[in-house]
Design a protein around this ligand. Structure first.
Ligand code: CA2
Length: 143
């Protein structure tokens, strides 16, 4: 199984600021963590991080016919991007949404998720472990 792990804007800054919300570990530590989870399950993982909405749309489109699943934390684009929602719908690859923080317990504007409307499940508020849950969800629900 091949999984594309997409992280959106500012997640490359993990561990640098706001450790109270997003933790103290870096983006590189997140990639190492998810790579370890995937290796333990025999999953081939590809990682993509971008601060640009169109680049994320391109990455989703390029996954078509190549990837079996997508794990996506669209970060701030979660709450704004119909383009990412449409891309996920267009490729119809099983996708799971992840958020490090519990977005439902934060500001009202974080309660809406466009990307989530095209995802099979959402794991929010579990920190890095949410990515493990997402990978395992895709494994358990593969067709
Ligand atoms: O909880 C999450 O994973 C979020 O997707 C993170 C986004 C936020 O806009 C979403 O509402 C919830 C923000 C990521 C910003 O990451 C930072 C990392 C270090 C310092 C500052 C921000």
């Amino acid at each position: 199984m091949k999984i594309l792990v997409i992280n959106g804007p500012n997640l490359n800054m993990l561990g640098i600021r706001e450790p109270g919300i997003y933790g103290e570990r870096s983006y590189e530590a997140l990639v190492d963590f998810v790579r370890g989870v995937c290796e333990s399950h025999g999953v081939e993982a590809t990682f993509f991080q971008s601060n640009h909405e169109g680049a994320i749309v391109d990455a989703i489109q390029e996954a078509y016919g190549v990837m079996d699943g997508i794990v996506i934390n669209p970060a701030a684009y979660t709450h704004t991007s119909v383009a990412i929602l449409d891309a996920l719908k267009a490729v119809a690859i099983p996708a799971v949404e992840v958020h490090l923080s519990d977005v439902s317990a934060r500001e009202e504007f974080r309660h809406v998720s466009y990307a989530g409307m095209a995802c099979q499940a959402t794991f929010a508020g579990y920190g890095f472990d949410g990515y493990r849950m997402a990978v395992e969800y895709l494994l358990e629900h593969r067709g």
